[in-house]
Design a protein around this ligand. Structure first.
Ligand code: GLN
Length: 486
């Protein structure tokens, strides 16, 4: 069999036409993963044996006439999703030996849709990071230049899709962790509306912001996979009970009359001039497709990073309290007493960034500081949501850059958390407001990919995918493959 075709859509067609079997396809991907692992470190666990078994079952289902659209298509899962009988680490030493007794809802849903799991993808520890350097299992490298970060926290998902060692991957986005790595690796990322996909079995970071989504080669692939992942789940109290459309049905819709809002605050002085030019070029493509462009303002958006770094640590300090060495997580050797057990287990199990967040979060929630920090941040969060709501009265979708710069060097920002946090300056707003967001490849600067960000009103995923797909019919940035992995 020749090298695997790049998109889920093409692979699904090949499987349906009998050009190759799922076992052949899965084996080809497992070979690509093994070859790339030393240079990328994108996987924490490769589940080769069970993948081949699932692939054989998919082939049998197809032979029996029971194949769906995705039957036999291999994918990877971010290691934040619980997978029954498989190591689920969340990138942390704390869960370094945790074999989940159950599947996350989206994992079982994608399995029921026929996909074959190739393994679990590397990520920043507990999804806290923008460069995949906080992983206990070592940094992931950017396939476009292995000296560069892939972004984070879904760095393993983005790097593996970019290197074509998986056709598509699940990911999560609390403050940008799907869109930012997708941008830095030149792939398509979608963070759906908060509540669109179940959080059950997705290890919690900041529960009011966490959202599962996808990293894929194309918007069409994201449309194929998002349907089965979406929908109400009684086991997640914030999952939303609203109908799930067939996201592929509207991909070809015309963009005539679409009003694009350019968010003034996204084009600030922190935005690299060459990156800005790529974004402006992409917008010109949309104008050719019939879209109208106007500038809008979200004046409170510049407050999103400080707001997020109060809300997210507060929620994480609460969520991560369960990892105490008793019920969950790493346990230290021969503790002297209960306090020693807690202190040393948590001290040994968590990395520096996670500890920083837990300490910040505990501080902002403590008596005396709660009103000054946490409550204030929640108020600003409302103002940011209101800014977006106002903007969507004037336009259908908001456009801007996903990141201020292309990928940076591994190690470059490790000693400066604030500079690292500013990577998500354009993505965090959508999380604070619960809005869906995408990043699509729109060009290169110095050989590194750049992402165009699209933010829509709640539950506008179908429109966003349509808008991304039409651009990908006009351009081929999303099909570019790093030469080392071509
Ligand atoms: N980079 C952001 C952080 O470190 C966002 C992470 C995420 O979306 N999971 O918190």
């Amino acid at each position: 069999m020749s090298a695997p075709a790049p998109t889920v859509a093409a692979l699904a067609r090949g499987l349906a036409e009998g050009a190759f079997s799922s076992v052949e396809l899965t084996r080809a991907y497992l070979e690509r993963i093994a070859a790339a692992q030393p240079s990328l470190n994108a996987f924490i666990t490769v589940t080769g044996e069970s993948a081949l078994k699932a692939a054989a079952e998919a082939d049998a289902a197809r032979a029996a006439g029971r194949a769906g659209r995705l039957t036999g298509v291999p994918i990877g899962h971010k290691d934040i999703f619980c997978t029954e009988g498989v190591l689920t680490t969340c990138g942390s030493k704390m869960l370094g030996n945790f074999v989940s007794p159950y599947d996350a809802t989206i994992v079982s849903a994608l399995r029921a849709a026929g996909t074959v799991m190739l393994g679990k993808l590397n990520m920043d520890e507990f999804a806290m990071g923008s460069s995949n350097e906080t992983s206990h299992f070592g940094p992931v490298r950017n396939p476009w230049d292995t000296q560069m970060v892939p972004g984070g926290s879904s760095g393993g998902s983005a790097a593996s899709v970019a290197a074509r060692i998986v056709p598509a991957a699940t990911a999560t986005d609390t403050g940008g962790s799907i869109r930012q790595p997708a941008a830095l690796c030149g792939v398509t990322g979608i963070k759906p509306t908060y509540g669109r996909c179940s959080r059950y079995g997705m290890i919690a970071f900041a529960s009011s912001l966490d959202q599962a989504g996808l990293i894929t080669v194309s918007a069409e692939d994201a449309a194929l996979l998002l349907g089965p992942m979406s929908g109400f789940d009684p086991r997640d109290s914030t999952s939303v009970d609203s109908p799930v459309p067939d996201y592929t049905a509207t991909l070809g819709d015309s963009l005539q009359g679409l009003t694009i809002g350019l968010v003034r605050e996204f084009f600030d002085k922190g935005l690299d001039a060459a990156c800005e030019q790529r974004i402006r070029d992409a917008i010109a493509v949309y104008e050719k497709l019939g879209a109208k462009v106007r500038e809008v303002s979200c004046p409170n958006l510049p407050l999103s990073v400080p707001t997020y770094y109060v809300v997210a640590p507060a929620e994480c300090s609460s969520n991560l309290a369960r990892f105490d060495g008793v019920r969950f997580g790493h346990r230290c050797d021969s503790p002297k007493n209960l306090l020693d057990l807690y202190c040393r287990s948590r001290g040994e199990g968590f990395g520096a960034e996670v500890k920083r967040r837990i300490m910040t979060g505990t501080y902002v929630l403590s008596a005396g500081y709660y009103d000054a920090y946490y409550l204030k941040a929640q108020r600003v969060r409302q103002l940011i949501s209101a800014d977006f709501a106002r903007a969507f009265k004037e336009c259908d979708l908001l456009f801007g850059p996903t990141t201020p710069t292309p990928a940076f060097r591994i190690g470059a920002k490790c000693d400066d958390p604030i500079t690292m946090y500013l990577n998500d300056i354009y993505t965090i707003g959508a999380n604070l407001a619960g809005l869906p967001g995408m990043s699509i490849p729109c060009g290169f600067v110095d050989g590194l990919p750049i992402g165009l960000q699209i933010v829509g009103p709640h539950f506008s995923e179908a429109r966003m995918l349509n808008v991304a797909h039409r651009y990908q019919q006009e351009t081929d940035w999303h099909l570019k493959t790093p030469s080392a992995f071509a």
